[in-house]
Design a protein around this ligand. Structure first.
Ligand code: ZN
Ligand code: ZN
Length: 222
């Protein structure tokens, strides 16, 4: 199969790779439907890299696919099930994991960064990383489940209440998802964004005011 690989510092290459097969009883193999490109991917490919990654890995950590080969545990997704993947893998056994801080896991790994990811026709992942998704969700939207999950977590940490005014700085994909989510949650969202296309999308998604920081001083408005 052809896969987009982190070939060396500063370079992505489409390379021929053997299709992955299950190795552990808990593995599943997915046929990829769609995979996003994250700002982190761009940082990985910076010179020097702005984010660590393993040279040679298949990139892509925002993906949706259909189970081609299922794990042995009957409770896991079955062949034909459509799933999105939580790409961060932790062991569940080390002291950090036991404290609930799985993001500090001693053997932390991420599909698409330190293990092969979704910019390929097929990928091997743990069954426990798979989350079922409805058949009617278009693949290009389902691939946004991973960045959306970080936005939902961020919104929970921010603890914005309905009726409050909140400022979102930057209307890239994540900023736009914050704008939509916080607006739906009842907040008034002011967005700071200089690029006209992104500013327009922020307004479409519910921003009550979009500030161009080149022309206006955001602090005077907030
Ligand atoms: Zn990402
Ligand atoms: Zn751990």
């Amino acid at each position: 199969m052809r896969a987009a690989v982190f070939a060396e510092v500063g370079r992505v290459a489409v390379e021929e790779r053997p299709a992955p097969a299950r190795e552990e009883p808990t593995d599943v193999v997915l046929d990829i439907e769609a995979c996003g490109i994250c700002g982190t991917d761009l940082q990985i490919l910076g010179v020097p890299p702005g984010h660590p990654a393993t040279v040679g890995v298949v990139l892509g950590h925002e993906f949706v696919g259909v189970v081609a080969e299922a794990a042995e545990d009957v409770g896991s997704p079955r062949p034909g099930d459509r799933v999105v993947v939580a790409p961060n893998v932790s062991c569940g056994r080390c002291p950090w994991c036991r404290r609930g801080l799985s993001n500090h896991c001693e053997s932390f790994a991420t599909y698409g960064i330190t293990r092969d990811g979704g910019l390929a026709p097929r990928v091997r992942v743990r069954a426990s990383a798979c989350h079922p998704i409805a058949a009617h969700v278009p693949a290009h939207l389902a691939a946004l489940a991973e960045p959306l999950s970080t936005v939902v977590h961020g919104a929970q940490v921010a603890g914005v209440f309905p009726g409050e005014t909140v400022c979102v700085i930057g209307a890239g994909p994540v900023g736009l998802m914050f704008t939509a989510l916080l607006t739906l949650g009842g907040a008034s969202v002011v967005v700071v964004e200089p690029a006209p296309r992104r500013a327009g999308l922020a307004a479409e998604l519910g921003a009550v005011r979009v500030v161009d920081p080149v022309r206006e001083e955001p602090r005077s408005i907030l």
